[in-house]
Design a protein around this ligand. Structure first.
Ligand code: MF3
Ligand code: CO
Ligand code: CO
Length: 274
């Protein structure tokens, strides 16, 4: 997710880029590969696997498929994925610690294919997870679906945020405000910012050809976040569980296309259905 000072792509008038058919086709290719990378990880999301190993698997998968992980050396970030466990909200860094039974982990992958960025993340439950963790994953997945359903020409980015916030708060969860979705394409983090809260009518009007991510971070406790001394890892201040799902979408005449749907049908955990 981008913070607000994300890199901008250049357009003549500073407007949000409207992409054509060829860009949509390229984004489908990049998005599908990023989603396939997350599919590949399913058997590894088990107790004992280190997040370093997951990171290595993603790098190998990317290189084997002619792609490059966008996060590698991005603004000083040194990994191919973000791996955010339990109370980590986002930007968790892969390390040598093994996953443990009961963990919930978000794995976020952005692959660059032919210069285009496919950005997606999913939650994985490690072994048996608690009922409340399961509920958080279900609520977060549904929050993303509500956001996607709000995408249509004439709506604003605020419709997306409002739909997510209304649903998550009705489920007694909170929405993280410190990170947002973002435009992308040949640039990783572009305008518009997609806030996951707000009001219908806030923000720019959605138009066919816009491409952006929706990536709500939903907390079981309070919305407040802090970034650890490593400069990356964002955690909940109350140390309660946090979850996130992310898709890259393109606005069409009638709604949107999702570029990052799972080829294996691994849409939400548990990923045994196929
Ligand atoms: N993939 C993340 C996103 O959804 C961005 C991570 S940037 C990094 O936008 F530098 F932390 F890797
Ligand atoms: Co993103
Ligand atoms: Co991402």
């Amino acid at each position: 997710m981008s913070n607000v000072e994300a890199t901008r792509s250049l357009t003549r008038d500073g407007a949000i880029k409207l992409h054509g058919r060829e860009a949509f086709a390229a984004m489908h290719k990049a998005g599908r590969l990023a989603a396939a990378a997350l599919d590949m990880l399913v058997p590894y999301a088990v107790p004992g696997t280190t997040t370093e190993r997951i990171d290595e698997l993603i790098l190998e998968f990317a290189l084997d498929n002619g792609a490059i992980p966008a996060t590698l050396n991005y603004r000083g970030y040194r990994h191919s994925t973000c791996t955010s466990i339990n109370h980590v909200v986002c930007h968790g860094m892969p390390n040598a610690k093994p996953l443990r039974e009961g963990d919930i982990v978000n794995i976020d992958v952005t692959l660059i294919v032919d210069g285009w960025h496919g950005d997606t993340s999913r939650m994985y439950g490690v072994g048996e997870i608690s009922r409340r963790a399961e509920r958080l994953l279900a609520v977060t997945y549904e929050a993303l679906q509500r956001g996607i359903a709000a995408v249509q020409p004439g709506h604003t980015t605020g419709h997306i945020g409002a739909a997510i916030q209304r649903y998550a708060e009705a489920e007694r969860c909170s929405v993280v405000e410190d990170f947002c979705g973002h435009g992308l394409g040949q640039v990783f983090h572009d305008r518009p910012n997609i806030l996951h809260y707000g009001r219908e009518g806030d923000g720019p009007v959605l138009k066919p050809g816009m491409i952006f991510t929706i990536e709500p971070m939903i907390n079981l406790g309070k919305k407040d976040v802090k970034v650890l001394a490593d400069g990356w890892t964002a955690v909940t201040r109350d140390r309660e569980l946090s979850a996130q799902f992310e898709h890259t979408v393109g606005v069409t005449e009638t709604g949107c296309e999702i570029f990052t749907l799972s080829p294996a049908g691994f849409h939400h955990p548990p990923y045994n259905a196929g």
